[in-house]
Ligand binder design. Sequence first.
Ligand SMILES: [Zn+2]
Length: 462
Amino acid sequence: MSIFDIGEAVDLLTVLDNREWRSRLQDKLKVTNSDKIVISAKLNIPGPIKNNDILQKVFMDGWQTFVAGLECNSQYEMLFAERVTGPEAFITVDSNLAAVKKTAILFEETYALGRLFDIDVMANGQTGYQLSREDLGFGPRLCLICGKPAKVCAKEQNHTLDEGYEVINQMYQGATSKELIFEKESQETVVNNALKGLLYEVSLNPKPGLVDPVSMGSHTDMNVFTFIDSSLSLKSYLDKAFKLGRNFEGSDLKLLFNALRAEGVLAEQTMFNATNNVNTHKGAIFSLGIWVTAIAYSTKDGSATMTEVRRVIQRMVEGLIEKDLASNRVATTAGEQQFQTYQLTGIRGEAVNGFPGVAEVAVPFLQATFGTMTQRLLDTLMKIAATLEDSTLIKRAKTPDVLAEMKEWTSIYFKLGGSHTEQGMKYLCDLDRLFIERNLSIGGSADTLILTIFIGQLTGLL
Ligand SMILES: [Zn+2]
């Protein structure tokens, strides 16, 4: 099945007529909105079929993502046109030309189907004034098929229409298929990506109440160096976790988990030695260890789907809540106490369900983000914080009521445009200060972000 099986074929004359129509509409918008920026978007589709149900959906999904990420004070008239030559949209905004153009380029480069979009950004008043990609330090648009500058391939007619269709169909399937695939990778690749998860998380700034390179957040006993020391101290544990999974021969995966847990106890000791007895990554030792082991096990004979890896995790940790959280035990950790006091199952509950907060919330969200690494990870962290029962947050607030506050804070952040707007970023800095004032921290969300980065790196989402 190809995207291009259905649709009305258009000829060159119709395309040229449409170009004239668009240009006239752009001019009109520029005149009536002389103090604003005019943005127009269309799809860049080769061949005679340029519009059908699939292409309309691709366009609308992408356009909405793009508009949500626009850094602007106000948005004015928005127009849609379903042309036989393809869907088009126009919007005028109050903003800065370079900022909007940069958002458009980042969208084209990093949104899953962004390279199918053609977004024009035109400036206020100065007739026809436009910034080029090169003006903003970006290279020229590259050909989807061979990676040479797209203009060169268009001029020299380097590719057949079938080649174009094939690459677009592949991109579409890649972006819309729900199921993530883990390829069979070496120990080095898997463990390095797990370490990247730990190091990227602590490098991200600003985060509410968490440690980053410029702030200790709400913590008094750890800084970015503590986290680097801690991350590196876990390398041999992650190597062992991988080996356990790759070499396990039995069928009772609870035995695999028991072996991992024994290594986890030693890893905690190694971590405490590296950090002067500060708990930096206890949560990550538990959850990252499980994922590394499960991925190594699931991919021993070849690739595995996300569903398969999650099923392996569920078989590993089956019965964990009853075993760890039985009410007749003396609670020593925050997770255990919160189960006894509030019946919250925390990270163990996530694990026995195959980490739905990671696989069904955080990873699909990351997949839909666009922009720089920092923008994508900040938005993903806030999405996680909005939905997770964060045991660190509850512990520090001394009440689960803080979860409702967290939802409200994240909702304001996203309404302001999240990491893509100045207001969103200012709000995040304010939130960081509020967290420090109230001694709050979203350590559980940070652990989930670590897993999400690890999975994103391993499956090519990042
Ligand atoms: Zn090419």
